[in-house]
Design a protein around this ligand. Structure first.
Ligand code: TEU
Ligand code: CA
Length: 539
């Protein structure tokens, strides 16, 4: 088969700070990851995407990089990284690095030079505008609150930052910046990495004077140049994070001719449960029919014209089982339903650490939160007069630390994550929800993920089958088929916590082989139990 390896692959995301500590300082590290490779091999994944492990002051947990070509001592060193690449490789697992190319840390030597003077050779690596103190060049806001412009009195200039003040934006219009990035990527490719995830890649071609942040006019030119000079020289997977992606530009990003990237992360489905025109903190119930429509549109639009990424979770998002499932009475059933629903679709599935265990959101006291975005929104909204209980509810529901609590390995102290004190508290439900218990139970969520990964490698219909949504107006059932020549894969999911009648379209009333279910029994032909999900092969 000559299709690219990543079309059949399943990728597992590790948030290194929270995965496994090896030396008792309470912070996950590279040796910790190495010690868990057998677990990951057992799950069956093909590649690991590591959130950033480069040198960083950790203002935004590593998404503020001060040296792209070294490892932060908190995580280990370059030798550990080489060991990880080698030991993962010997188990057939590739390592995907996170490239944060829109901005650096303000402690990166490029920036410390840049702010020395206007004629410093590095000045133009960043985005500066002359001005007067107190009057920012325009009203653009930073993602973590406040103005996107920071005043530097010595220079009489503002610099532009789309995230925190400690994350100044790089100036991609400067060809020198693009050359530095190219050389850095080639250096990592020589180390044998298997691919890259590109942080907020849709923001790099900003034109702040015209109020353009995402999707700048030169964006695809820049990506094509980068791809040609780096990624295309290797057999890599590349995935761009693009909050602004839509099905039209996604076929450019993931053009099958390989001119840009393998695929993008798009967030249309992720943004459905917020008030129209509001922020993610402005909570709204999930419009289920919209979710079906959104995911189906992406499946159809990219068929043969691009490639989808498939995910419910990452390090910025709340846990899916708490978000749209039921983490109380039906935690196991709903977690399995989400797995089955997603893994039957066309695209490359991503599993976020702990998702395979059905790890849940947390409700912490404010002092136990660590995330800069959470701390800022709490301050901003309580000062603006929002009701404190509402602010906390938004944080419980959407805060990024939900995803960042330590991985739950066993029922021992600190869930087996560390011998010391973890940098962020462990979810108190670890005695029940942990990897050791999941592996010992053949009916666990873990084993459903493991089986789904195996199915993808066994049946080509998972990779190549054409998608069709069934019963688009059904208010509870998410059902679809995937068809490849004579073979049809049928996926039927009850998305809600009640029993519902099931009536399949006539043409599917044929002999079927059940591949997997979110329940232990085969189920009834005309009824779906709460969160019951089944997959069948027909023909
Ligand atoms: O996230 C991009 C991004 O836009 C997020 O800040 C997102 O808006 C937010 O999490 C949802 O509320 C990427 C990284 O995934 C994130 O961890 C970084 O903080 C951010 O870029 C800056 O590098
Ligand atoms: Ca450590």
């Amino acid at each position: 088969m000559d299709r690219q390896w990543w079309k059949q692959a399943v990728i597992y995301q590790i948030y290194p700070k929270s995965f496994q500590d090896s030396n008792g300082d309470g912070i996950g590290d590279l040796q910790g990851i190495i010690s868990r490779l057998d677990y990951l091999k057992e799950l069956g994944i093909d590649a690991l995407w590591l959130s950033p492990v480069y040198c960083s002051p950790q203002d935004d947990n590593g998404y503020d990089i001060s040296n792209y070509q070294d490892i932060d001592p908190m995580f280990g060193n370059l030798e550990d990284m080489e060991e990880l690449i080698k030991k993962a490789g010997s188990r057939g697992i590739r390592i995907i690095m996170d490239l944060v190319l829109n901005h650096t840390s303000d402690e990166h030597p490029w920036f410390t030079e840049a702010r020395k003077s206007k004629d410093n050779p590095y000045h133009d690596y960043y985005v500066w505008r002359d001005g007067v103190e107190g009057t920012a060049p325009n009203r653009l806001r930073a993602a973590f609150g406040g103005s996107a412009w920071e005043w530097v009195p010595e220079l009489g200039q503002y610099y532009f930052h789309q995230f925190s003040v400690k994350q100044p934006d790089l100036n991609w219009d400067n060809p020198k910046v693009r050359l530095e990035i190219r050389d850095m990527i080639l250096w990592w490719m020589e180390k044998g990495v298997g691919g890259f995830r590109l942080d907020v890649i849709d923001l790099v071609a900003k034109e702040p004077d015209r109020m353009i942040t995402a999707d700048g006019p030169r964006l695809h030119e820049f990506i094509q140049e980068l791809s040609r000079e780096t990624f295309q020289k290797g057999d890599l997977v590349t995935v761009g994070e693009a909050w602004s992606a839509n099905p039209d530009n996604a076929v450019r990003y993931s053009n099958p001719d390989g001119s840009e990237l393998s695929m993008v992360f798009q967030f249309e489905h992720i943004c459905l449960d917020q008030k129209k025109g509001g922020e993610k903190w402005d909570l709204a119930p999930l419009p289920f029919l919209e979710l079906k429509r959104a995911l189906s549109t992406w499946q159809e639009s990219l068929y043969l014209k691009g490639w989808n990424s498939l995910f419910w979770n990452n390090h910025d998002l709340p846990r899916i089982v708490s978000r749209w499932g039921n983490d109380k009475e039906y935690r196991i059933e709903s977690a399995k339903m989400f797995a089955i629903l997603l893994h039957g679709m066309q695209g490359t599935p991503y599993i976020y650490q702990g998702e395979e265990l059905g790890m849940t959101n947390v409700r912490y006291d404010m002092e136990d939160y660590r995330d800069i975005e959470t701390l800022n929104i709490y301050r901003e909204r309580t000062r603006a007069g929002y009701n404190e209980a509402d602010v906390m509810e938004s944080i419980y529901t959407k805060g990024r630390d939900n995803a960042r609590t330590p991985m739950q390995w066993n029922h021992g102290r600190e869930a087996g994550f560390t011998d010391g004190t973890p940098w962020i508290k462990v979810n108190p439900n670890y005695p029940e929800i942990n990897a050791e218990a999941a592996m010992a139970d053949e009916n666990s969520i873990f084993h459903v993920y493991q089986k789904l990964i195996g199915l993808r490698k066994t049946h080509d219909v998972f990779v190549d089958g054409k998608y069709r949504l069934l019963m688009p107006e059904d208010p509870d059932i998410f059902a679809y088929t995937r068809t490849l020549e004579e073979t049809t894969l049928l996926v039927i999911c009850n998305f809600h916590d009640k029993t519902v009648p099931l009536q399949l379209p006539k043409e599917l009333d044929r002999e079927k082989q059940q591949l997997i279910s979110s329940y232990m029994d085969e189920g009834q032909a005309d009824v779906l139990k709460p969160y019951e999900a089944r997959m069948y092969l027909i023909g």
